[in-house]
Design a protein around this ligand. Structure first.
Ligand code: ADP
Ligand code: MG
Length: 349
């Protein structure tokens, strides 16, 4: 009974812990945090200087003793600590010291597919240290598929491609479980790097990562567009060392990123190849769904449809769908328990 009484006072939350962005959803309030998963650390003192938007602003502008890191993609042990601190920072920001013993929240967290035991434990500990009473982790592609209104509980092949910042996760889901999948480190960040490399090789232009991302979002595309798009690329001339501006157009950006797009498509095909034929038949009929920020690249859906000969659609609001689902799961015990990653079982091993 107490549970019920205090349950109402609790502000249960859902978190999308992405490689590029972390979002937090609070029950009855909606999305309250949507910030980059970036942390700025002072390497002399090991202190965290900034998290989220503030840390991203520092990217490429730091003195040698300050390092901005994206803790979820660098994949070295020490960064799990930073992940923990980042998570605690965001959770604290939501609660503003208003957690007390009775109102400790439940937290549903969407995490990458190939999460390790250590990372799972780090997430669990971080959320617990930040005041969570219970931490439930769900796999991001699963949440993305639910967000795209796919029938994941049915004995049906549901094909989801979640293209984030650090990873693209490709999964086939049936009966609330992931049947076949691949997680590859080629996603939004890699496209930015491709554009930086193109600028360097083609124009001797040193381009910052934020600039490259802006170019990708403003004029990037996977297929030829109806009209040509242009954008001024500003960086440093590698020969003269001076600032330089060069107009780049959509066909050049396509040239820069095409190899990475091909790699993602090859991996989609590879997942289809290892998927049982009954499920492949469903997928042919029902199509492929793209989610995550990378799904917004112009024409990527069409390029994938052409290459696989399977219809492709983009999930609604692909940047926020995972966090909205984690929020929704707070009210759906049955589905939540079906898809949760079993933390305790794992700990025992
Ligand atoms: P994660 O779940 O890994 O945090 P997100 O789903 O938040 O990633 O997606 C972030 C990625 O999506 C970034 O690489 C960003 O550049 C890219 N992105 C966002 N909007 C667009 C857009 N309109 N076109 C192409 N890429 C985009
Ligand atoms: Mg994501």
């Amino acid at each position: 009974m107490f549970e019920k009484l205090f349950g109402r006072l609790r502000k249960d939350i859902g978190i999308d812990l992405g490689t590029a962005n972390t979002l937090v959803y609070v029950k009855d309030r909606g999305i309250v945090i949507n910030e980059p998963s970036v942390v700025a650390v002072n390497t002399k003192t090991e202190q965290i200087l900034a998290v989220g938007n503030e840390a991203k602003e520092m990217l490429g502008k730091t003195p040698p003793h300050i390092v901005t890191t994206r803790p979820l993609i660098s994949g070295i042990i020490s960064d799990f600590e930073v992940t923990e601190k980042m998570l605690k920072y965001f959770i604290d920001k939501v609660y503003e010291d208003s957690i007390n013993f009775m109102s400790r929240p439940r937290v549903v967290i969407g995490a990458p597919l190939e999460i390790t035991e250590v990372e799972l434990k780090a997430i669990n500990d971080a959320a617990t240290n930040a005041g969570a009473r219970e931490v439930i982790v769900v796999q991001e592609p699963m949440a993305a598929a639910i967000g795209a209104r796919m029938l994941i509980r049915e004995p049906i092949g549901n094909f989801i491609v979640e293209i984030g910042g650090g990873t693209s996760e490709i999964a086939v889901i049936s009966l609330s479980g992931i049947v076949t999948w691949k997680s590859i480190p080629i996603a939004g960040d890699e496209l930015n790097k491709n554009i930086m490399q193109y600028a360097r090789e083609r124009f001797n232009l040193l381009l910052g990562e934020k600039q490259a991302e802006e170019i990708k979002i403003k004029i990037g595309s996977a297929i030829e567009l109806g009209e040509s798009l242009r954008f001024p690329m500003r960086g440093r001339d590698l020969v003269t060392g001076l600032p330089k501006e060069i107009m780049i157009d959509d066909s050049q950006v396509r040239e820069a990123i095409t190899k990475s797009l091909r790699t993602i498509i090859e991996n989609i095909k590879a997942v289809l190849e290892i998927t049982p034929p009954e499920l492949v038949a469903d997928i042919h009929e029902r199509g492929i769904v793209l989610s995550g920020g990378g799904a917004l690249l112009r024409g990527f859906d069409q390029l994938i449809a052409r290459a696989t000969e399977i219809p492709v659609r983009i999930a609604d609001d692909p940047l926020t769908s995972v966090v909205r689902v984690t929020g929704m799961l707070l009210d759906d015990e049955e589905l939540l328990s079906e898809i949760a990653i079993k933390m305790d079982n794992r700990k025992a091993s």
